[in-house]
Design a protein around this ligand. Structure first.
Ligand code: COA
Length: 419
């Protein structure tokens, strides 16, 4: 059973750092940057002293940065002590779950004004150590000793999906092409380049070095070349993977009754849903995430809307196959049709349902604890018509975010509207 929020909740400010690699900054620096942008985004201005609590999504500052107990440190660095500060950990869904906890606290009447943040600094460790750390979001008793990594988990899902629905693996390249194209229009994206531009840069580098110059005719040929796009965990290749990223994002979440103090154009939180599932080894079906279907059903029910009414979605494309599963689990396309939607362009900015206009985790980057919060920053921009060159042509009045932890042991979905 899922009820309604006891009172209205709105988002009235949003900020995000540029995603990338920051060798000289740690989580607190990144969070301060996102907070500063948030402060500037509040139309009527706001005094941080109004914030009553801080909810931080963070997967593992302990393992990535050797810093536990992050939330009060972040609260201190943005001047919020002695307000309550807590960290929420649900793997890559930490940010989305932090938002949900904040929404529930405001809806309950406990607080009127709360700050939600998400942050992760991953690049201080070498790739092998990052892979190892991320793998602890699987089951360390049964999956980790069998050698499963996150690319490996999603490779298993891609294989199962392709076998069931006849998807050619090259269909996944279309997800990557679209998300890199969107990322090229997002100045906050880690990969602010189309795949064509990545390819042209490689050619230019080869010419400069005076070595053999690759003869790719277009980006599809580039993506088919195992030299340019090597397998990471078959059938997933480099461009099927989200990168390793540092970054932070922040949202100001308030009771609707006080929203107009901050802006005349708030975003209304219409629905929230969250669900859980067994680890991947314990599931009989790898072609769909039950937690995503359940979380989406809760959020749709609460918002009183259907999938066909959603005008834009930011979904958890940690790997290209994850976007295909997401657009089916969310009810935008029937089972087995998600890959066709990617190939047909139905999820492009001018398509039937624009998906990951920010560039998604694939091209914008995936600082895991921040991703669920950053998804909402994109929705904030699109719903307010402030997304610049990547603003979708259709009038976006309803948008959805979908944030997954692990292989789908956690999923959290939010639906937003204007007002
Ligand atoms: N997509 C496209 N290009 C990528 C990339 C990605 N995900 N990751 C790195 N690159 C590019 C780099 O820009 C660099 O290009 P350049 O030589 O033109 O400058 C090149 O590949 C090598 O980068 P490097 O950082 O050395 O790559 P890596 O081999 O250390 O890491 C992956 C590549 C795919 C292994 C790593 O990004 C990864 O583990 N991704 C998955 C992260 C993950 O599991 N997240 C959680 C999901 S649930």
């Amino acid at each position: 059973m899922t009820g309604k929020l006891r009172r209205g909740v709105a988002v009235v400010g949003a900020g995000v750092t540029k995603f990338g690699a920051y060798p000289r900054q740690d989580s607190r620096d990144l969070f301060v940057d996102a907070f500063r942008e948030l402060v500037a985004s509040v139309d009527k201005g706001f005094d941080p002293a109004a914030v009553e609590a801080l909810y931080i999504g963070n997967y593992s500052s302990d393992l990535f940065e050797h810093q536990g107990h992050l939330a009060p440190i972040l609260a201190d660095w943005v001047g919020l002590t002695p307000r309550a500060a807590l960290r929420v950990e649900d793997a890559c869904a930490s940010g989305g779950v932090a938002l949900r906890q904040a929404v529930l606290a405001v809806a309950s009447g406990l607080y009127d004004v709360v700050l939600v943040g998400g942050v992760e600094r991953m690049t201080a460790l070498p790739t092998e150590a990052v892979t190892d750390t991320l793998a602890t979001a699987g089951d360390v008793l049964y999956e980790f000793p069998a050698g499963f990594t996150f690319p490996g988990f999603y490779a298993a899902m891609a294989t199962a999906y392709a076998a069931r629905y006849g998807m050619p693996y090259e269909a996944l390249m279309e997800v990557a092409r679209k998300n890199h194209e969107n990322g090229s229009l997002n100045d906050k994206a880690q990969f602010g380049m189309t795949i064509r531009e990545v390819m042209d840069r490689r050619i230019a580098r080869a010419e400069e070095k005076g070595g053999p110059v690759p003869e790719w005719r277009d980006e599809r040929e580039f993506l088919r070349d195992p030299g340019a796009n090597p397998p990471v965990a078959w059938p997933l290749r480099l461009f099927d993977c989200s990168p390793i990223t540092d970054g932070a994002a922040a949202l100001l979440v308030v009771a609707s009754k006080v929203a107009r103090r901050f802006t005349d154009r708030p975003l209304r939180v219409l629905g929230t849903g969250q669900a859980s599932d067994a680890c991947l080894y314990g599931r009989t079906d790898l072609t769909s995430l039950r937690a995503a279907r359940e979380a989406a059903a809760q959020a749709y029910r609460m918002a009183g809307v259907t999938p066909s009414q959603i005008k834009l979605a930011e979904v958890h494309d940690c790997f290209t196959i994850a976007e295909v599963l997401a657009i089916e689990d969310l009810g935008f396309f029937p089972p087995g049709q998600g890959w066709r939607a990617a190939v047909d362009g139905a999820t492009r900015r001018d398509g039937r349902i624009p998906v990951n206009t920010s560039g998604g985790l694939k091209a914008k980057g995936h600082p895991v604890g921040a991703s669920g919060v950053a998804q909402v920053v994109e929705v904030w921009k699109q719903l307010r018509g402030e997304a610049g060159p990547r603003q979708v042509p259709a009038d976006v009045d309803l948008a959805l975010t979908h944030n997954v932890g692990g292989t789908g042991q956690t999923c959290v979905v939010h639906i937003f509207g204007r007002g």
